[in-house]
Ligand binder design. Sequence first.
Ligand code: GDP
Length: 147
Amino acid sequence: MAVERTLSIIKPDATAKPGATGEILARFEQAGLKILAMKRIQLSETLAQGFYAVHKERPFYGELVKFMTSGPVVVSVLEGENAILAHRDLLGPTNSSEAPAGTIRGDFGTDIERNATHGSDAPETAKVEISYFFNASEILAPVEALT
Ligand code: GDP
C-alpha cells in the first residue's frame, strides 16, 4: 500500500445540513485520513464547469453545475494509506438513494445528483483535482502530535 493524497468536496446539500460538515470530516479523520488543506468556498459557474468538464456532454451536466454552485462547498486534501480508495469506501456508491446506511452518501445525500460528497477516483485525477483548488504552499505536511 502507498501513501496517497485525494481531493474531497463536501457538496452544497451537505454543507447546508447543520452538523454534517463536522461529522463528515470526523469520519475522514477517524478512518486515518489526515486533512492537509481545507477551505469553505462558493464555486462560480466557471469553476464548477471546469471541475466537471469530463461530464460536459452528459445530459445532467447543466443540473450538476447548478447544484454545485447552489451553496458553499468544503474542499480538502486528504492523505493516508490507500487514501483514494479508502475515501471512496467511506463515501459509498454515487447514488445516495442506493448507498447503504453508514456510508457518507447513504447518511447525508438524497439521490444520484445530491450525494453529499465528491472523492477523486484515481491517482492522476487526484493530482489534477488537488491542484485545481490548492497551491502547493497551501498543502501542509502532517504534524505529529506533541506528546
Ligand atoms: P462520482 O465519481 O461517484 O462522483 O460519480 P461521477 O463522476 O459519475 O459523477 C459526478 C457527479 O455527477 C456525481 O457525484 C453526481 O453528483 C452527479 N451525477 C452522476 N450521475 C448523474 C445522473 O445520472 N444524474 C444527475 N442529475 N447527476 C449525476
